[in-house]
Design a protein. Structure first.
Length: 191
């Protein structure tokens, strides 16, 4: 199930980027898009942040302490962890000091966690919005590894997807349809 979700997201992203790049050129010409790597990364993040925030908003307050087993984080702790991680990864990409807010350890209510997650993705928006392919090739340290800034944002996207998978499982166990499984609204009928 998790593989199908990841594969579906990747196929959607690849086809969308291919479609975006194919418009307007003549037969035999290749469209030149500035910053294709950072643009794609930003596109992927835009989708991920939307489904993460939607997941945080969708789960009822009474389920924020829910854990399928004692060995794992609660739903609220995962939301807090994801918010903390946004600061961890994006501060590195921005060349800033991580504010170290410890959201997972200090926030417990749904309202506080949703607000903290929204603030965290707004912080990351600065990193994604300012990234170019050239600036993304600058090397930085992440967990004592040398990595390009764009690689740091890729790791953030992978981390977000990993924990969205956790949130999906928790929602399914509570009979809640996750954001990526919701049916889109019906298209308006032509008269």
């Amino acid at each position: 199930m998790k593989f199908r979700t990841i594969a579906s997201v990747l196929l959607m992203l690849i086809s969308t980027m291919a479609f975006a790049q194919s418009g307007g050129e003549k037969k035999g010409e290749q469209a030149v898009q500035p910053n294709p790597f950072s643009t794609f990364n930003k596109f992927a993040y835009a989708r991920l942040k939307t489904i993460l925030v939607s997941s945080a908003e969708k789960m009822p307050e009474e389920n924020y302490n829910f854990k399928p087993t004692d060995a794992v984080r609660s739903y609220g702790q995962i939301v807090g962890h994801v918010a903390d991680a946004q600061y961890t990864f994006c501060s590195v990409a921005l060349g800033e000091k991580n504010p170290g807010l410890k959201i997972e350890q200090t926030k417990t209510t749904k309202a506080d966690l949703v607000a903290a997650l929204k603030d965290a993705v707004a912080y990351c928006d600065k990193a994604y919005d300012s990234m170019t392919d050239a600036s993304g090739s600058q090397m930085v340290k992440l967990f004592d590894l040398d990595m390009p800034k764009l690689g740091v944002l890729n790791v953030n996207n992978m981390h977000d997807m990993e924990h969205y998978g956790n949130l999906v499982t928790y929602m399914r166990l509570k009979n809640i349809v996750p954001p990526t499984s919701e049916q889109p609204p019906a298209a308006p009928q032509k008269k």
